[in-house]
Ligand binder design. Sequence first.
Ligand code: PLP
Length: 385
Amino acid sequence: MEVYLDNAATTRVKPKVIQAVTMAMNEMYGNPSSLHKKGVEIERKIKEARKLISRSLDCREEELFFTSGGTEGNNIIIRGYVEANQRRGKHLITTKIEHPSVLSTFEALEKKGYKVTYLDVDNNGFISLRELEDSLQEDTILVSIMHVNNEVGSIQPIEKISKIIKNKNKEVFFHVDGVQSFGKILFSLTDLAVDGFSISGHKIHGPKGIGCLYIKKGWKVTPIATGGSHELGIRPGTENTPGIMGMAEAVKLIFSDQQNYIRKIASLKEYFYQMLMANVEDIKINGGDPQGTSINILNVSFKGVKSEVLLHSLEEDGIYVSSGSACSSKKRGYSHVLMAMGLKDEYIDSAIRFSFSDFNTKEELDYGIEKIQKQVNYLRKIMKR
Ligand SMILES: Cc1ncc(COP(=O)(O)O)c(C=O)c1O
């Protein structure tokens, strides 16, 4: 049996998405910038896709730009906003638990002379609103805080954060990395009241290498790449038509029945959590109450078992998961997120991220639990020898 429980890393593409991508590659091969019919028709299809995705986010079409994914969206907005507004101030704020595409962007800006405040998080991965408020200074120009953390699933209170920032200074740009929240949390960009928001296609059963960036009308952003006037110049380059068609289909599939989609994944996670608690001893759930974290992410430490060893043992049984250290390489390959949460080394060392999708079934999870129990017991026994 194959049990894919690494859906926060990427998701399996839905058959209808594959159809949409294939159709676009077969039939929509024209360049959307061409003046003839072959171009104009595609331009219209891209407009429709933009409309559909902007509706799902609750923003205007002209505020949504196609990118190559979350990494590019985060780079365009953080680097581009800072560049366009460098005379207004040199202070930036983010958190210690951001995705590397945000963290390394800020690190690069520090080298250019910007001052960056990296907000701490508590044991469950939440920032302190008081620390955020105290960190906002006269010369702060941008704040970037992720919605859902990709390793532990903690959900930051974006609406409250936005109010705190704007009460202090309306001129501060507030960007949110929404790659892990899009589709999995019911929200509207109007309610969240943010100025920038990045999303990615491959986390929602769409193609890899496609995403969107929301930029609220009125903010000045300097493009980080130069070229043609595609995407209003914010992201020049011939549009990724198959990717855009695939992403639009993925969004359509989720948003046509989002409540059910959420309910289904949440119940799979709850089932897995209950079964794990009942069958495996000496485990620690990271990120606090699983009902308070993202519907698809469960981060668990298996005391006394090295996460990478367990990961590869489970792989032998056809079960695919992530170790807590994926994507980060600070201290001894440790997860920067779990370190920021103040976890003891033994828990960081043994953390596994399980992440679910609506492709998973209870039978798969039963099989997964059986194998996890077996492997964990075995590994603990040989570690003790
Ligand atoms: C929170 C977060 N931000 C950004 C990204 C990067 O997205 P992409 O893979 O589309 O570049 C990821 C992907 O792992 C993510 O989890």
